[in-house]
Design a protein around this ligand. Structure first.
Ligand SMILES: NC(=O)c1ccc[n+]([C@@H]2O[C@H](COP(=O)([O-])OP(=O)(O)OC[C@H]3O[C@@H](n4cnc5c(N)ncnc54)[C@H](O)[C@@H]3O)[C@@H](O)[C@H]2O)c1
Length: 372
């Protein structure tokens, strides 16, 4: 198969769909890999790295889209890219179609087959191609929160680990899923006094068994949250109710009870945020203040560490990518129902129910698409 990887063109996107390592593996499987010149620069991979891996460097996205059998990307195709997709071409990337009628319409019109990273599943009910970005955002949260806490950035001037004789920062993590667990691990590693709140008892049991000595956990009620938030130097928002907007768990009124200069890091901002006063910010201007409390609410946190994020995403996508290339999408999806769950669009028809429901478009079952 001819696998093409264009440069990402969405503003502020520095990741790339294939690492040189992924290219090397695909070439070793007998495939031809074409990468756009400069595609890896934002993530720290040079054209020479890709050439050494056996890939061919192509000057323009047009040439990649025109000749590749499969396009591998990170972000959803932008309008100009969607115009270049063609019938029978396979697209493997994040799509997030439900809130995006324009993109959905264009993909349907293109006749391509699109497999969305975010809906591929695994045998434990997880989302293996979404989890790496949650791991990155989670581990980044205490790092950006610690920076926000510094005096020059408007923060309280508290050091995460304290020093001998001075207490460490108190960090509260609301939501103990992938983001929350990774955030708590790093905050505890920095020496902070960390408590994780969650509403799932099985999750709390897991956290207690695995991290009992590293950080505390508590059942998430409004009362427990209010008490912990009042005492906190940093609160990390990491809740998710699948398919729904994030619940608002800290109100504006509660800010006045918090320590002045405390930091709120709302990782759940991409689902609307879990603090009443959250609004999405960018890496260029990440923090703002409300009632003396500093807010960090960047919606695409992994972009700050594009190299790590690219490698983490590449590790997760590679086995699927190789299967798709080796077997063709139909056989690969027939052999792996979790990959089939990633199928969103095929030959002008939607194949993912939640997207169809959100956009009011008819859907055919993915297994029917396999037979077409
Ligand atoms: N800003 C970014 O760049 C970025 C990057 C990755 C993920 N995210 C977002 O981070 C959020 C968390 O993602 P995740 O992968 O950790 O999800 P997850 O499903 O692994 O974890 C969410 C956790 O929240 C818990 N929860 C739900 N309601 C709660 C409540 N009221 N109180 C306490 N806990 C509650 C759930 O029980 C679950 O354990 C999502 O909104 C995700 O989209 C943002």
């Amino acid at each position: 198969m001819k696998i093409g990887c264009p440069t990402e063109i969405k503003p502020q996107e520095f990741r790339v769909g294939m690492t040189p390592d992924a290219a090397r593996e695909a070439v070793a499987h007998g495939h031809e890999v074409i990468i756009q010149v400069g595609a890896g620069i934002g993530a720290g991979f040079t054209d020479e790295d890709y050439r050494a891996a056996g890939a061919t460097m192509i000057e323009t996205a047009e040439d990649i889209f025109a000749t590749a059998d499969m396009i591998v990307k990170v972000k959803e195709p932008q309008a100009v890219e969607r115009k270049m997709l063609r019938e029978g071409q396979l697209l493997f990337t994040y799509l997030h179609l439900a809130p995006d009628p324009e993109q959905t319409k264009d993909l349907l019109e293109s006749g391509c087959t699109a497999i969305a990273y975010e809906t591929v599943t695994d045998s434990r009910g997880g989302l293996p191609l979404l989890a790496p970005m949650s791991e990155v955002a989670g581990r980044l949260a205490p790092q950006v929160g610690a920076w926000t806490l510094q005096k020059a950035n408007g923060g309280r001037g508290v050091l995460m680990g304290g020093v001998p004789g001075v207490a460490p920062a108190k960090v509260v993590v609301i939501g103990g899923g992938v983001v929350g667990t990774h955030a708590a691990k790093i905050a505890a590693g920095m020496g902070a006094d960390v408590t994780v709140l969650d509403r799932s008892l099985p999750r709390l049991k897991y956290l207690d068994d695995v991290f009992g000595g590293t950080f505390k956990n508590q059942y998430s009620t409004a009362g427990a949250t209010a008490e912990l938030v009042r005492e906190a130097d940093m609160v990390i928002g990491a809740v998710l109710i699948p398919g729904a907007e994030a619940p608002k768990l800290v109100s504006r009124a509660q800010l006045s009870e918090m320590k002045p200069g405390a930091a709120l890091v709302d990782v759940a901002i991409d689902q609307g945020g879990c603090f009443e006063t959250s609004r999405a910010t960018t890496h260029a201007d990440p923090i703002y203040e409300v009632d003396g409390i500093m807010h960090y609410c960047v919606a695409n946190m992994p972009g700050a560490v594009a190299r790590t994020s690219t490698q983490a995403l590449g590790n997760a996508t590679l086995p699927f990518l190789l299967n798709l290339a080796d077997k063709g999408w139909k056989q690969a999806c027939e052999d792996d129902p979790h990959l089939l769950n990633g199928l969103n669009v095929h030959a002008g028809q939607l194949t993912y129910y939640a997207v169809g429901k959100a956009l009011g478009i008819d859907v055919i079952s993915p297994s029917l698409a396999l037979k077409s």
